[in-house]
Design a binder for this molecule. Structure first.
Ligand code: ADP
Length: 493
């Protein structure tokens, strides 16, 4: 249920419920109250009558009073029809009311066995001209008296009195009002209790849970999970919060790992740089001390210094490239090229390395084109081939380069007959600064070559992996994206 809907529901509940409950309780209690005073009140409107007992009495006696009017009002009566009066009196009794009839000053009919105290004396005299008169007696008890005048056939004035006892109206009204008040308080307490519980579960609990989540993160507890119980916007917010926490946690972990790897990289690079620097320093000192005392020795020393300086230059270049690639500072210039022509060109160029033979085989269609950055891909191919040459103990380093289509990619493999890589070392060769063993440090290189190559291939949308057997050789594989519609493509190679 959405929050907007819940709020609407709450507002409606807050507005309608108390009013409905108020009307319901007034109606129920009011009806009971009226019934307790006047007997069966039929279809009387409780809301109007409850505050006005006199009006109520008037309404509920109306029918009988009207009958009396028809019978007596402005009539000349020979003799009283007691039976009819008895029937009306019976009905009125249920409403705390009874009839009295007077002829001149004498009571000729009374609907109660014994007249209440003081009533006889205070009943007004019959007066044939008055019509219906309402009067009240308050002492010692309260009565409301309706007087309907008529005339007896002998000329005497007569009157029918409808006498209603009012003595218990006010106290009952008071006790009903008190009862009503308590019922209302109870109902309001109940409604507000139910609404509070509803508010707590719908709004307060998820917000509290979110607050606990943020506090936990502030305190460094990345494992705290916010409970999601609702399916509304707050529930969605809690879920987004949990997702955000997961992502933050992942990036924190990655950041820590990166920092650790960077520390490792710096330590390795400084260590690697130290070796050529020590060699350069040693040979320069040799020259200064006059150890290189012949032109041949001098040339040898200078060549060593030059080679070591070149080695350092290569390391620093790779490190700088690696940093740029990682910070995406190198823009890629992707083009569609014929993979066959491109690879042939690369191999021609690299075949010039001493002691290297490359066998090339293309199993793809000759017209196959791929989308690559030629310059960056050249770096990858160069790194793989120079590694094969570098880590090779044979007289001639042989490399089989194969191209074959795999789904919408071209897979390129470089299989050499080198020293191979051990099973334990193989999964790590694409890690930064990893070298299969210490002995291989002497072969130069920064240890960043394959990790740079992998990053470049991944930026091309491809993958890179290796297969190797110690003492037998190594195969490095990578894939590049094939151009789907060769007809529209243009060849740049
Ligand atoms: P390096 O600068 O040390 O050559 P690379 O990232 O290019 O760094 O290679 C990482 C490690 O993988 C190398 O130190 C080496 O141990 C191993 N390696 C890479 N290519 C080969 C190969 N063709 N034959 C044997 N070992 C290899």
């Amino acid at each position: 249920m959405k929050i907007t809907f819940k709020i609407k529901l709450l507002v409606i509940a807050l507005m309608i419920l108390p009013i409905a409950v108020m009307f319901l309780s007034i109606s129920t209690v009011g009806h009971l109250y009226l019934k307790s005073i006047y007997g069966d009140v039929g279809s009387i409107n409780d809301y109007e009558q409850i505050g006005n007992p006199v009006d109520t009495l008037d309404s509920i006696l109306r029918q009988e009073v009207d009958i009396l009017h028809n019978l007596y009002d402005d009539q000349i009566i020979d003799n009283l029809n007691d039976k009819e009066l008895d029937i009306i009196n019976e009905t009125l009794k249920e409403r705390n009311t009874f009839l009295v009839v007077k002829k001149m000053n004498y009571i000729v009919y009374q609907g109660v066995e014994e007249m209440p105290m003081g009533l006889r004396e205070q009943l007004p005299d019959a007066d044939k001209n008055q019509g219906e008169v309402i009067s009240y007696i308050t002492s010692p008890d309260s009565y409301m008296i309706r007087q309907i005048d008529f005339q007896f056939s002998d000329g005497d004035a007569g009157a029918v009195y409808v006498v209603s006892y009012m003595g218990n109206v006010a106290p009952k009204f008071k006790s009903v009002a008190i009862a009503l008040f308590f019922i209302m308080v109870m109902i309001f307490t109940l409604i507000s209790g139910v609404l509070s519980v509803y508010m707590y579960w719908s709004f307060i609990r998820p917000i509290q849970s979110l607050k606990n989540g943020t506090t936990a993160i502030m305190e460094g507890n990345w494992d705290y999970k916010v409970q999601v119980d609702t399916e509304d916007e707050l529930g969605e917010l809690c879920e987004s919060f949990n997702e955000m926490r997961d992502q933050l946690k992942q990036s924190m972990v990655k950041q820590l790992q990166d920092e650790e790897k960077n520390r490792e990289l710096i330590a390795n690079i400084s260590h690697d740089l130290k070796t050529p620097i020590t060699a350069i320093k040693g040979h320069v000192e040799g020259i200064m001390d006059g150890v290189a005392d012949t032109p041949e020795k001098m040339e040898k020393y200078i060549r060593i210094i030059y080679n070591k300086a070149n080695e350092m230059d290569g390391m620093i270049n790779e490190l700088s490239l690696y940093t740029k690639l990682n910070s995406n500072a190198i823009p890629y210039n992707f083009r569609e090229v014929s993979i066959d022509e491109y690879m042939k060109d690369c191999i021609d160029e690299l075949s010039e390395i001493d002691g290297l033979i490359i066998h090339y085989k293309n199993y793809c269609d000759e017209s196959t084109k791929v989308t690559v950055d030629p310059e960056q891909l050249h770096r990858v191919v160069g790194n793989i081939i120079t590694n094969s040459r570098k880590y090779n103990d044979k007289e001639v380093c042989e490399i089989d380069v194969h191209l074959k289509p795999v789904n919408d990619m071209v897979q390129i493999s470089f299989e050499d007959n080198g020293i191979g890589i051990s099973e334990e070392a193989l999964p790590n060769i694409f890690n930064r600064t990893y070298r299969a063993d210490e002995a291989r440090r002497s072969m130069g290189g920064s240890g960043l070559g394959l990790s740079i190559a992998k990053k470049v291939i991944e930026e091309h949308g491809g993958t890179m992996w290796a297969d190797s057997k110690l003492g037998v050789g190594t195969t490095i594989f990578f894939t590049v994206q094939m151009v789907q519609d060769n007809k529209e493509a243009t060849t740049d190679v």
